[in-house]
Design a protein around this ligand. Structure first.
Ligand code: BT5
Length: 322
């Protein structure tokens, strides 16, 4: 496996450019006589390769997700210590929960090229064509150290917004409770779920992020966008995943250390709905008023039109868009 990973690293770092036969020999990545077998194993792993006697070998995009390339030098303290990639599964959140009983599963990242039952909140669906986007879940096995549903929903949205931010597109905004928007269009959604597994509390942070494809307007309740549309080029999902995991690792560490004031500040600096008039439905009750603040433990602070100050937890709350 080491040979396969080594060759993959060399080819991936070249982008789509050729790796010449003499370079390959000089790099010593593959033992003499083993190249055909190693290429076969890479193809079996889902990678498309082109070979040419004169030019050598190259990877042909779009790149498949690959656990080794994602984990490589990630420097994960917690989020991304182990990564697994599937071709097609029901939901990455379910697989992450199923792994909670296994030893040392804290920080596990589950990725899929497609989901048969990708879900959003409150019974809604998450739609994504195969091999285009990021469908990711992070498992945190918490032995009671303060990672609340509320705080982690906001933290995951911030992690995504920070990871994809570039001067080449409008600043990604975090809309409470769980959307990341660019230019008023939904780029990503977060689904945090919790279960008791054995004696531990397992939290799964699910992230759906449109990298190369977004659903058309008829299929969604608000306009969607993807990074490729915003940036005008196809997106390497491996880079995006690594950036998201890096930011999420940082936010998980901050929240676990009780630094929720940082969360509040970061949210306030990129929340498109702050001081806006919003309509929120929670448990069939409609609240209309001005979004004043966020409390990372209690939720959105809203001043209703009647002048009453209410806290609305993320779980069960939906912002109504008009
Ligand atoms: C969310 O729910 O935004 C959370 C979505 C989380 C999806 C990830 S994918 C990996 C992990 N595994 C899972 O099974 N789920 C998580 P919500 O706020 O309820 O938004 C859902 C609504 O967004 C749908 O009703 C659609 O209108 C819209 N929608 C669906 N797919 C979309 C997409 N790809 N881009 C933008 N909007 C979408």
């Amino acid at each position: 496996m080491e040979e396969v990973n080594r060759l993959l690293e060399l080819l991936y770092d070249r982008g789509e450019r050729w790796y010449a036969p003499h370079e390959l020999a000089a790099a010593g990545a593959v033992a003499p006589g083993r190249l055909e077998r190693v290429l076969e194993l890479l193809r079996h792993r889902g990678h498309s390769l082109e070979t040419d006697p004169a030019h050598g070998i190259r990877l042909v995009g779009p790149m498949r997700l690959d656990a080794h390339l994602i984990e490589r030098n990630l420097g994960a303290r917690r989020v991304g210590r182990h990564v697994i990639c599937f071709d097609e599964i029901e939901s990455t959140n379910d697989v992450a929960f199923d792994s909670a009983r296994q030893a040392d599963s804290d920080g596990l990242v589950v990725l899929a090229e497609s989901q048969r039952s990708g879900r959003g909140r409150l019974g809604r669906k998450w739609i994504s064509p195969a091999r285009a986007n990021v469908l990711l879940s992070v498992l945190l096995v918490d032995s009671g150290n303060g990672l609340s549903h509320e705080a982690m929903t906001v933290a995951a949205g911030l992690a995504v917004a920070e990871a994809v931010e570039t001067p080449d597109m409008a600043q990604p905004q975090v809309y409470w409770p769980n959307d990341v928007l660019v230019d008023g269009r939904k780029l990503a959604g977060i689904l945090v779920e919790m279960k008791t597994v054995g004696s531990a509390r397992a939290m799964v942070i699910g992230i759906g992020l449109n990298a190369n494809a977004a659903p058309t307007d008829e299929r969604v309740d608000r306009p969607a966008t993807c990074l490729a549309e915003q940036l005008g080029c196809s997106i390497d999902r491996i880079e995006v995943v690594r950036a998201v995991l890096g930011r999420l690792d940082e936010w998980v560490a901050r929240v676990a250390a009780g630094k929720t004031d940082l969360l509040r500040e970061a949210w306030r600096s990129r929340c498109g709905m702050l001081n806006q008039r919003v309509t929120i439905v929670r448990n069939r009750v409609t609240y209309v008023g001005r979004a004043l603040d966020i409390n990372p433990l209690e939720g959105l602070v809203l001043v209703t039109d009647a002048g009453k100050r209410v806290h609305l937890p993320a779980a069960g709350s939906t912002v109504i868009h008009r």
